[in-house]
Design a protein around this ligand. Structure first.
Ligand code: CTP
Ligand code: ZN
Length: 152
């Protein structure tokens, strides 16, 4: 790709979350708990042309790597995403996200009567099902609004 086509600069060190479904970039930032106040560099490309996806979003976070639970939640909203670890300008690791069987301790249940919302020392657990994720305790299903219930 020539320089005049590159929309978002390369980074020296950090993580590039590529092939994010168009429209999900801000949700990716929400999942990572990033609002800009942390001080590290963040670049976001939205509706970038992509051979594979037509249009895609891309998120570059400098000097930060992702935890497995963050990647698990990301996979729910960006199933085609590629996570690239960059060190000294080179991609040193590239992984496709995989859909987990479930996520523990990262989403909150929207059902106010759910045991996980009582004052009990119970960790949330959602199973991944065809149309979203389902609370193990009360069977409430989260679909498009998964990103609004992140608790990491
Ligand atoms: N990237 C970056 N900074 C770097 C190196 C790479 O921001 N120092 C970005 C690239 O712009 C690209 C992504 O990380 O969006 C993956 O880089 P690379 O593997 O070089 O690109 P592709 O081969 O096109 O990746 P893929 O095959 O996954 O589409
Ligand atoms: Zn519940």
């Amino acid at each position: 790709m020539s320089d005049h086509e590159l929309r978002v600069s390369k980074i020296r060190d950090g993580t590039v979350i590529d092939h994010v479904e168009a429209g999900q970039a801000l949700n990716v930032l929400a999942i990572l708990g990033i609002d800009g106040s942390e001080g590290f560099g963040v670049s976001v490309g939205m509706n970038v042309p992509s051979d594979r996806l037509g249009r895609k979003d891309i998120v570059k976070v400098e000097d930060r790597e992702l935890s497995q639970s963050e990647v698990d939640v990301l996979s729910l909203i960006a199933p085609e995403a590629t996570i690239n670890i960059v060190r000294d300008f080179e991609v040193v690791e590239k992984n496709r996200v995989t859909r987990p069987d479930g996520v523990t301790g990262v989403l909150s249940c929207p059902n106010r009567n759910c045991i996980t919302n009582a004052d009990e020392p119970i960790e949330t657990r959602f199973d991944v099902v065809a149309d979203g994720v389902r609370c193990d305790y009360c069977s409430t299903i989260l679909r498009a609004d998964i990103a609004d219930h992140i608790d990491v």
